[in-house]
Design a protein around this ligand. Structure first.
Ligand code: HQG
Length: 178
């Protein structure tokens, strides 16, 4: 039988899809989804949602104050405005990616692809985990974030500490692992 932790991770992944990518649901403009919809149509209980929100390893989700709505804090492909805080980035941020993406990234820069933003990490360790989650052959790039900011690029910090921006041109990138 699967452990309770494995079960919660599985349910968390389902929730991630439902809150970030589900085009069949009509989201509130700020990305909120009704808890009652998840309970009625997707087999969640309030107790389970409370546990996922509290224990999620990246603190990905949050409830509205009245607990009637839930949303993901970042990572969407659906077009919503999750009221991200514009923030001044540290000097350097990091991006991990499968090695096979490198030629294209060095040519075109880091693009947001299907999501609403490019995702950047504040440590090499976190960026390595992002890069390794699809492909064990990954690389980590450092991003000259301070320089980008000085050049007018806008950065956001999500409430679960993920750095986000629209696009990273290749000239701000340095390969730091191979
Ligand atoms: C790559 C997870 C070729 C980019 C993670 C990435 C993160 C290019 C992939 C969050 C490219 C897009 C986001 C270019 C970008 N040519 N490839 N020009 N520009 N790419 O999943 O950053 O666990 O949308 O390097 O931890 O991997 O779900 O982005 O490999 O924080 O909460 O295109 O998702 O968070 O993939 O991951 P993704 P990502 P969660």
């Amino acid at each position: 039988m699967e452990s309770q932790t494995t079960h919660l991770i599985k349910r968390g992944k389902k929730l991630s899809y439902l809150l970030r990518h589900d085009k069949s649901y009509n989201f509130d403009e700020h990305g909120w989804r009704e808890v009652s919809n998840l309970v009625a149509n997707h087999g969640f209980t309030m107790e389970e949602l409370l546990e996922i929100v509290a224990t999620n390893n990246k603190q990905r989700y949050e409830f509205s104050e009245d607990m009637k709505f839930i949303r993901a804090r970042q990572g969407h492909s659906i077009k919503v405005d999750v009221e991200l805080a514009e923030s001044v980035p540290p000097d350097v941020l990091y991006h991990g990616t499968p090695k096979e993406n490198l030629p294209s990234i060095l040519d075109k820069g880091i693009c947001k692809m299907s999501r609403n933003h490019v995702h950047l990490s504040d440590t090499i360790e976190t960026a390595s985990k992002v890069g390794a989650r699809r492909e064990k052959d990954f690389i980590v790039l450092s991003v000259k974030a301070k320089q980008m900011h000085e050049d007018g690029f806008v950065f956001y910090l999500s409430r679960n500490q993920v750095w986000l921006t629209e696009y990273v041109p290749a000239k701000y990138l340095v390969i730091i692992t191979q």
